[in-house]
Every structure is written in C-alpha cells, then in structure tokens.
Design a protein around this ligand. Sequence first.
Ligand code: PLP
Length: 396
Amino acid sequence: MEVNERAYGLGSKRSAIREIFEYGKKRSAEIGEQNVFDFSIGNPSVKPPEEVSHVIKQLLKSEDSVLLHGYTSENGDCGTRKAVADSINKRFGLSLTSDYIYMTCGASASLAISFKAILNPDDECVVFAPFFTEYRVFIENAGGKVVVSQPNENDFQIDLQDLESKINEHTRAVIINSPNNPSGVVYSLDIVKRMCEILKGKEKEYGKTIYLIADEPYRELVYDGVNVPYLMNYYDDTVVCYSYSKALSLPGERIGYIAVNPAMTDAHTVYLAIRGAGRSLGYVCAPSLFQQVIKRCVDTKVNVNAYKKNRDILYNALTEYGYQCVKPDGAFYLFVKTLDPDAEKFCEKARDKDILVVPCDDFGVKGYVRIAYCVPTDKIVRSLPKFKELREQYGK
Ligand code: PLP
C-alpha cells in the first residue's frame, strides 16, 4: 500500500453513525424524509439563539474584513480568549487568563490536540464506557493506548473500583464526558469527587501526573436543574475540551476551545505543548468570524426546552412499552437496552420499520442502542407506534 495504512483504514471504514446517517439520506430520497425516523446523528434540531443570529448579521455588515475573515493568532483572538476565560471564572469561581485558553475548531479538534499534546508513545488513556467512538481515533493517532473502564450497569455512573484497577504506571490521562454521549448520564458530584481522590492517590503512588481531560460539548444541555461539576474545581491536572456545537447549535461552524487549569504545576508547559500539537496537526487559527461571535455571545445558551420535551415523551413512552432505558439528565441521547442480545440485529429490525438507531458496541457497551432525540417533536410522536410494534415483535 502506497498510502498511510492507518489513515486508509479510517477513511475506508466509516463510523457506524455515519453509515446509518448516509443510509437515512438515501432512504429519505426513496420514501420521503417525513417517513424516515432517523435518530442516528447528534445534529442539533434547536435553532441557534436569536442573539447569536443577530450578532452574526451585525458582524457581516462590518467593513473590517481582516477582523472577520483574516488569520488570528494561532491560539485564537486575544479578546475572544479573554472573554472565554472571564466567563469560566465568573461561572466556576476560578482565575484563568487568556493565556490558558486555546481556540479550536470544535471539541474534535480540542480532543485531538489535547491527546497529541499530552500523550507519548504507548502512554495509556482510560476512557469510561460508554464513550464517544472518536476518542479511540484521537488517542491512537497520538500514539496512545485506549484502556476502557466499564460502568456500573444499573445507573451508568463510573465504577470506581474498575477505574482503580485500570490505572498503572503507564497511565497518563483519563477522559471524562459529562453529560455523556451516548448515555445522557451526568456524573454525580459524589462520584466525581471520589474519582478525583483516586486519581490524586495514583499520581502520588506512581510519582507522575495523570491528566484529566473533561470533554464538555453537552455541558449546557441539562434538564431539571441538574448540576454538572466543573472538574477544575476538584482536580488540578484538568484540561477542559469545550465546544459551541451543541451549546449554541453551531456544529457546522467548528468553534470551541481548550482550557488548561492554571493550578496544575506544569500549566505553562502543557499550554505550550497544546500550541505545538495544534501546529503539528494543522489546527491553527479557529474560524475568525465565529471567534468574534463567541467574544460577543460567550454567556448565551441554547434553549433546551424542546430537547427536554422530546426526552420526556420518548422516555415515558418507551419505558411504558417495556423497554429498559437510562433516564438521561443531559445531552440529547436515549440509551436503550436492546431486546436482542445482538444490538446490530435489533437495529436491523428497527430499520425494517424505518427507525434508524445506532448500535452501541463501538461505544464500549454491548446490548444497547443510542437514540438521538434532537429531532422535531412531531417526528418523535409519530415514531412511537413503530417503537411499540418493535417491542411487541419480541413478545413479552
Ligand atoms: N465529544 C463528544 C462526546 C461528542 O458527542 C462530540 C460530537 O458529537 C464531540 C466531542 C465533537 O464535537 P464537535 O462538533 O465540537 O467537534
């Protein structure tokens, strides 16, 4: 083979989510979009906040084309980084400066850069199942090894004993995603504190830093006033990977950031490694127009009422039909135990009814599917009889 084998492997085998999403588009062309119940992908169905649309329009009227379309510093516009740092400080009682913020093209870039910055060849990174499938791609691309920690299956919180057993002298990082894709679980304050105590103990035991990478694209998507602990407040060696893809419904604009906790002993070194990793990956200078938008809308949040309504309708109906689901506190996914031990088979049966859901084997947990309920509410309502039929097909 005359191309890079790893890259070829990734390019020639699409993720299960993308495969199903592409199938959905094809099927929609055949039978009409309204007849396909595509719950495969996490594309926000809620519009960006009015304020964001207004600011974009105002900015586009500006004559300053360098401000809107020119290069910024490779780590981001200084004013935008300051706005982000100030917002974090105000919300979480911290004292970051712009020197600890690196603007990125969304959480994917934040993660790819962070792993590249932190991991050396053969370093291990613990990921909590179920996990966003791209972690494996980013970690392995940085030369690291994925070590999966299995959850408590009754509530999908972290199994602390399992975590402890997965950390050794090769562990360099742990990645946590809360609210979680695909389970919708928000890790509780008690679990987070105990996890941090374990990590601190292991840092001492092995005499090395273990970084905690907090992947937070769903931080703002929580229901019923649930609190998502801010990891920097509990663990010094924390790097936050944030994105506005879901927080402001801007996934196609590719905008997010990395925040390094100034409290970590080698914060400046880590920040420089992040700049270097961004450079080596070619992720320099996040989109300028959207950096300006963020500077002006840093505390704006999307309205989550529609997602909450969808969650309630879907969760209540599916549990009534006899499905076992984790009640999500955040994000916009429902994690459902399949009626077939083989999740792929279950998805095929659902597909026969034009319901498109994603098997979660690649997320590190077998026997579950993910339903992305970020779709119009009427689609959820119209899908319910089909979910009921599917349940009945499997008998009592
Ligand atoms: N992390 C998780 C858990 C996600 O679900 C996603 C996207 O769905 C990302 C990261 C990547 O987000 P972005 O669109 O900001 O690259």
